[in-house]
Design a protein around this ligand. Structure first.
Ligand SMILES: Cc1ncc(COP(=O)(O)O)c(C=O)c1O
Length: 383
């Protein structure tokens, strides 16, 4: 039996409707979108249609969309090129729990002489717009704030922070990789300069992502070579994957309200079903969150041991911890909230997707109750 997949913030299964529109582009409809013959023109048209769907989902203009291969590439492009072209001096302000594709790119720039300031989130998993604004100085070259946190699902005040940045003439990058297609995202309402999304987080294919760049805002290419993507990203477009990204965006735009409703129903059912597990703690339960992410601590247990038990029982979830030298390290995101290391190590992230069912939630709850009780009794027996 295939496992019940509850790790959609890591990646999502390809929607069969998306796969259907991709298949011809993996076969007979091949072509280089830069070629001027018929095959090239057809590939180009398919890519441009995809660009329109991506733009429509976030209220942008198609010409503002730069296709990339991943959220990581999009984030790196902005940090590397915006800061480097600013002379490699000055300040970068990011939140204290940005994704590593922002944090590590910023740290690399800091190692080369820029100043990196990280604004910590509060205990509720939210970065205060006031605190963020306090870190903005006249020499700030770039601000970065994610729209939804990947581990907690908490929504960030990106529109308010963007307003503060605009008042000071500071460009802002909003990493919306976890937010797009899960909550409404509109670049006009957000008022940012750069926004990043990635198709594999919402039932599109891996290898296709986008960087939105507000008209008139500069962007240097990270990859240089041919003049593709309006000189903003060299290399031959990955037509099948981009066609898939476009379709995933088109479907998300049509289905977003219903997806939000049904995902929230699954998440709420799951969280209500935890009530009779002794000592559980749902992180940031009171904060505005994505409709489908739950991060839960089971104090006294090791999240990784629980994850492996659940995996053996047929359920895929995740911990935010990283394993280095055989010992799990607590999630930096949970630590940034002031959660003690032991509790961070006892946490699991459960992220639902559009194909999950109520029956799957109920069987997961049964397995979770069983495995938590079993691990606790082993611990109680000193095993
Ligand atoms: C918030 C956030 N930003 C960026 C990324 C990186 O995206 P990708 O896996 O497409 O490189 C992720 C992936 O998990 C993410 O959660």
């Amino acid at each position: 039996m295939s496992p019940v997949y509850l790790d959609h913030n890591a990646t999502t299964p390809l929607d069969p409707r998306v796969r259907d529109v991709m298949v011809p582009w993996l076969g007979e409809r091949f072509g280089n979108p830069s070629s001027i013959h018929r095959r090239g023109r057809e590939a180009r048209e398919a890519m441009e249609r995809a660009r329109e769907h991506v733009a429509a989902l976030i209220g942008a203009r198609p010409g503002e969309i730069v296709f990339t291969a991943s959220g990581t590439e999009s984030n790196n492009t902005v940090l590397e090129t915006v800061c480097r072209t600013a002379g490699g001096r000055g300040r970068i302000v990011i939140s204290g729990f940005e994704h590593p594709s922002i944090r590590r790119a910023a740290e690399r720039l800091a190692a080369q002489g820029m100043e990196l300031v990280q604004v910590p989130p509060d205990a509720n998993g939210t970065v205060s717009a006031d605190r963020f604004a306090e870190a903005l100085t006249p020499d700030t070259r770039l601000a970065c704030l994610m729209l939804a946190n990947n581990e907690l699902g908490t929504l960030q005040p990106a529109a308010e922070v963007a307003r503060r940045c605009r008042e000071r003439g500071i460009p802002i990058l909003v990493d919306a990789v976890q937010a797009v297609a899960k909550v409404p995202v509109d670049v006009t309402e957000l008022g940012a300069d750069y926004l990043v999304l990635g198709g594999h987080k919402f039932h599109g294919p891996l290898g296709a992502a986008a960087l939105w760049v507000r008209s008139g805002v500069p962007l240097e290419p990270l990859l240089v070579g041919g003049g593709q993507e309006g000189q903003r990203r060299a290399s031959t477009g990955n037509v099948p994957a981009l066609v898939g990204l476009g379709e995933a965006c088109r479907l998300a735009a049509l289905e977003l309200p219903e997806r939000m409703r049904s995902l929230a129903e699954l998440r709420d059912r799951f969280e209500a079903g935890l009530a009779d597990v002794p000592d559980v703690r749902i992180h940031c339960a009171g904060a505005p969150r994505l409709p489908q992410t739950s991060n839960v601590a089971f104090p006294g247990l090791e999240g990784e041991a629980l994850l492996l038990r659940l995996d053996a029982a047929g359920f895929c979830v995740s911990t935010g911890s990283a394993c280095s030298s055989g010992r799990p390290e607590p999630s930096p995101t949970l630590l940034a909230l002031g959660i003690p290391a032991r509790e961070a190590l006892a946490s699991l992230r459960v992220s639902f997707g559009i194909t999950n069912t109520v029956a799957e939630v109920d069987s997961f709850l049964n397995a979770l109750h069983r495995e938590v009780a079993s691990l606790r009794s082993l611990l109680g027996a000193g095993v």
